[in-house]
Design a protein around this ligand. Structure first.
Ligand code: IMP
Ligand code: MG
Length: 177
């Protein structure tokens, strides 16, 4: 089924059951890799809220969960401007930190976030991202946990938006060309 938001039409791309299957596998990996590490998951709002919720529900080891966001100006895609990281209250020193993100496009956002976090000397720092567009990457960003590698097309749903709309679908959609 197609959905229309403002002037744009989107078609189904990744189905709900495929998403939940993949997330179960990512959660398994986290349960193993962080079993005795008391990890701190840091969710990047807004886009990662649905992915993070489904992923963390399947994480069965002791862990903490916290949330950050970027100043809205820099949240526009691919501005390449210096962003402000808001809401980070936990001390990261000596913690095993996993950033949970919706999508890595150019990698500029993740590159800035990881650089800022690394100044606090966490014991380890990894990225779990729902999506990555390898062909769009401009920065050397390494995500250890990846839901799906997708082509360089605009996607929507499952937390990701177009002009603030469309975050509330249980499947992922792609801009129809
Ligand atoms: P990056 O800094 O270029 O990696 O972009 C990261 C941010 O751009 C993401 O957190 C999203 O908010 C946004 N973004 C990039 N690609 C898409 C897309 O296909 N759909 C919706 N948002 C996107
Ligand atoms: Mg985002």
């Amino acid at each position: 089924m197609l959905i229309t938001i403002q002037d744009k039409t989107f078609e189904p791309f990744i189905a709900e059951d495929e998403i939940s299957e993949r997330i179960a596998a990512l959660a398994d990996a986290l349960n193993q890799d962080y079993a005795d590490k008391d990890p701190l998951f840091i969710v990047v709002l807004n886009g990662a809220f649905m992915f993070a919720s489904d992923l963390i529900k399947k994480v069965k080891i002791p862990c903490q969960v916290s949330f950050i966001r970027l100043s809205s100006y820099s949240e526009m895609r691919s501005t390449g401007t210096v962003s402000q990281l808001l809401g980070l209250q936990e001390k990261l020193a000596n913690r095993h930190v996993v950033i949970i993100e919706d999508i890595i496009d150019t990698g500029n956002t993740m590159s800035e976030i990881t650089q800022e976090m690394l100044t606090q000397n966490p014991s380890s720092l990894e990225i779990a991202t729902f999506l990555i567009k390898p062909d769009a990457l401009e920065k050397a960003v390494h995500a250890k946990y990846i839901g799906f590698e997708i082509p360089n097309r605009f996607v929507l749903g499952y937390g990701l938006d177009y002009e603030g709309y469309g975050r509330n679908t249980t499947a992922l959609y792609v801009l129809k060309d």
